[in-house]
Write a protein that binds this ligand. Structure first.
Ligand code: SAH
Length: 394
């Protein structure tokens, strides 16, 4: 195994078990090692500290597999990590035969670059790093050995693969072939998802606990559900007794799926779907003086990279401002951010600014975060990304 050395003083993050090593911290940053191969990471005194995957195209040059430098990165290693991940989901109670969940969440399950979402026995897999790609066949075979998995489908089409010089790739990897329409049951609600084409791998499991809260909150309310995608919040709100739900999204296929999901759950009226740019639609509603009792704002990642922080923050604030403005007295705003670059204190400040600008006095009555099948690894704060606030106005 090739030994790669950290420059003096650059081992602090590693000693705190953070698995990312950037090229700037390395003595041999340009070593000619094939992408994905396992390297032994040593300090400048040549003492081994960890084993990780070499990623020549990325600034994030090594992702650590294990902080035990003697650990062999072989089939047994991946078998152990996969079983640990599955055993956690079993303990969380989210491993139901007809249900869905995130089975493997990358760094949090100590498998950097590997994401697996499970949909009623079908695993949608993303290999997002050179190391994950290198061990793709082993990981696929091991997944197929799991009793909870009957088929594996690849969705390695996330933009992040470009940073690793990996081409986009999707398709059947093994086991049973994906049926044309796949349904999962979550808290008694049915959701049909498109594993082949849907966003990410098709469904936002990270919002499960948020859907539960919306369901508990929606009774009797006139709900506005912005960035509705395939209607997760819409179904939850109507199941919770919402008086009506207005969904909007810029994707026509997502709204069509939203309509189907509402229908599958027996909701054939009391909702309306609008295909539009939400930013423009909200301004229109503001001009028209429309009001609602519960407004959900769950935009896509508005801060995709560091250079977008200012612009993204302004967009989140703008959404919050109009959201507060459109609330009836005693109404509630549920606003979310899935941008890792935005932490909870900043999101709270931006939301407060939005309320001030709207001239509303508001109190936070609940905080949302990603569901527990997307756990945060304590040593890797970057694994926490989804946050939201439920605020009630006077
Ligand atoms: N709330 C959803 C997840 C939202 S994902 C759920 O419960 O599952 C973000 C959604 O925003 C996507 O469906 C995407 O099509 C939509 N979108 C992105 N930009 C948009 C815009 N400017 N206007 C309207 N919809 C937008």
């Amino acid at each position: 195994m090739t030994r790669i050395h950290l420059l003096p003083g650059r081992e602090k993050a590693l000693l705190r078990h953070h698995p990312w090593i950037f090229e700037g911290a390395l003595k041999e940053k340009n070593a000619s090692i094939p992408a994905g191969e396992t390297v032994l990471v040593c300090n400048h005194r040549d003492e081994p500290l960890a084993v990780g995957a070499w990623s020549p195209a990325s600034q994030l040059r090594i992702r650590v597999w294990s902080f035990d430098p003697d650990r062999a990165i072989d089939r047994e290693f991946f078998r152990d990590r996969i079983s640990q991940a599955i055993s956690l989901r079993r303990k969380l109670g989210v491993l139901q035969p007809d249900g869905g969940c995130r089975l493997i969440y990358s760094e949090s399950d100590r498998l950097p670059g590997v994401i697996v979402d499970l949909y009623a026995g079908f695993a949608a897999v993303q290999f997002l790093s050179a190391g994950a790609e290198f061990h793709r066949d082993t990981i696929t075979q091991l997944l197929l050995e799991q009793p909870c998995i009957c088929g594996v489908f690849e969705r390695s089409d996330a933009a992040i693969r470009k940073k690793e010089s990996l081409a986009s790739r999707t398709g059947h990897l093994g086991g049973s072939a994906l049926p044309d329409s796949l349904r999962i049951v979550e808290d008694g609600l049915i959701f049909e998802t498109d594993l082949r084409e849907g966003q990410k791998t098709g469904f936002y499991f990270d919002l499960r606990s948020a859907r539960q809260k919306i369901r508990q909150t929606a009774n009797g309310k006139k709900v506005l559900n912005m960035f509705s995608y395939t209607g997760g919040f819409a179904c939850a709100a109507l199941a919770g007794g919402a008086k009506s739900v207005l969904n909007a999204d810029s994707s026509a296929p997502a709204l069509e799926q939203c309509r189907k999901n509402l229908e599958l759950n027996g909701f054939t009226e009391n909702y309306e779907n609008i295909c539009a740019d939400v930013f423009q639609l909200l301004r229109q509603f503001e001009r028209d003086g429309r009001t609602f009792d519960l407004i959900i704002l769950d935009p896509p990642k508005l801060i995709p990279n560091k250079s977008a922080v200012m612009r993204g923050c302004r967009a989140y604030q703008d959404l919050a401002r109009i959201g507060f403005k459109l609330l009836n007295p005693g109404g509630m705003l549920a606003n979310f951010s899935c941008s890792g670059a935005m932490d909870m204190p900043l999101f709270q400040k931006i939301t407060a600014d939005g309320a001030l600008q709207a001239g509303r006095n508001a109190r936070i009555i609940h905080r949302f975060e990603q569901s527990p099948d997307h756990p945060t690894l304590l040593t890797v704060p970057e694994t926490f990304y989804l946050k939201g606030l439920l605020s009630i106005v006077d």
